[in-house]
Design a protein around this ligand. Structure first.
Ligand SMILES: NC(=O)c1ccc[n+]([C@@H]2O[C@H](COP(=O)([O-])OP(=O)(O)OC[C@H]3O[C@@H](n4cnc5c(N)ncnc54)[C@H](OP(=O)(O)O)[C@@H]3O)[C@@H](O)[C@H]2O)c1
Length: 258
């Protein structure tokens, strides 16, 4: 049985992604920080899809040690990792380790999940990592990743984090290709959620529409072997952020220093 982990699994788009993956018969592990929300959604998902192979893992993605511990407990192969969890606090906050929260969750959370869990994906048939990013991306400053010098505006900080998701997709794709692991990034859709509401975007698409391109990247047989690419509305689009290899590599190095 193929296995999948979906982060931010009880969020608006995460739920729809999980429904789509569970419907394909995967053993789905729902990952997030709120154990009760995970358990409630686990039951709902099993009931609605008839898939009894639904598990949960409680992890705060801003915490490297929690991700590492979860990976150490993981047993067996992992065919699909969907990094989807994100946050955008209105004011600048830091984790207990002193890392700005959006950078820790949205960027390092993806980075650490791939770093620790890709070990279980090596050498499998059609192993894929999908990083849910956004078209709403930009303003990355490699000299100020944590907004210590710049004014904190949650929208700018969020856009930087989504640019970083897209750049790191390319960095990981290059490194994991030799193990047969594909890494893709996507714009999902514009869906009303905690994140989009905090950004003042609202959202006019349904969660299912929002999950459509992430699911396409995760499951479409035609994308087997395609790696390092950015997709929106089921189409591969050029990613301007990923074209400067020096910057991509510098970001990867900086993330590795945490
Ligand atoms: N909605 C849109 O229009 C839109 C557009 C473009 C891209 N996106 C992207 O789509 C993805 C899903 O977002 P969404 O719109 O579905 O937002 P959402 O409903 O707010 O879901 C975000 C999920 O991430 C979880 N999360 C946040 N911080 C966490 C942490 N430290 N540890 C563990 N889990 C954490 C949240 O859990 P808690 O409830 O516990 O915080 C929630 O389950 C994000 O990557 C977002 O950037 C969304």
């Amino acid at each position: 049985m193929r296995t999948a982990i979906i982060t931010g699994a009880y969020g608006a788009i995460g739920k729809a992604i999980a429904r789509g993956v569970a419907a394909q018969g995967y053993h789905v592990t729902l990952a997030g920080r709120n154990e009760q929300a995970l358990e409630d959604f686990r039951k709902e998902l099993a009931d609605k899809t008839g898939n009894s192979h639904i598990s949960t893992i409680a992890v705060d993605f801003s915490q490297q040690q929690e991700i590492k511990a979860a990976a150490e407990k993981w047993s067996g192969p992992l065919h699909l990792l969907i990094n989807n969890a994100a946050t955008t606090p209105p004011t600048r906050m830091e984790t207990p380790q002193g890392i700005e929260v959006q950078f820790a969750t949205n960027v390092l959370g993806y980075f650490w999940m791939i770093g620790y869990f890709s070990e279980y994906m090596k050498g499998l048939d059609d192993a894929r990592i999908v990083n849910v990013a956004s078209y709403w991306a930009g303003d990355l400053d490699l000299n100020d990743l944590e907004f210590k010098k710049r004014h904190y505006n949650n929208d700018t900080v969020y856009r930087q984090s989504k640019q970083a998701n897209r750049m790191l997709t390319v960095a990981f794709a290059d490194r994991l290709k030799q193990y047969g692991i594909s890494v893709l990034s996507t714009h999902p859709g514009d869906v009303r959620s905690k994140v989009s509401t905090r950004l003042g975007h609202g959202g006019w698409e349904s969660p299912e529409e929002g999950a459509d391109t992430p699911l396409y990247c995760a499951l479409d047989p035609g994308l087997k072997g395609v790696t390092g690419k950015y997709f929106a509305h089921r189409h591969q689009e050029p990613c301007p952020f990923s074209m400067n290899n020096d910057e991509v590599e510098r970001l990867y190095e900086l993330c590795g220093e945490y």
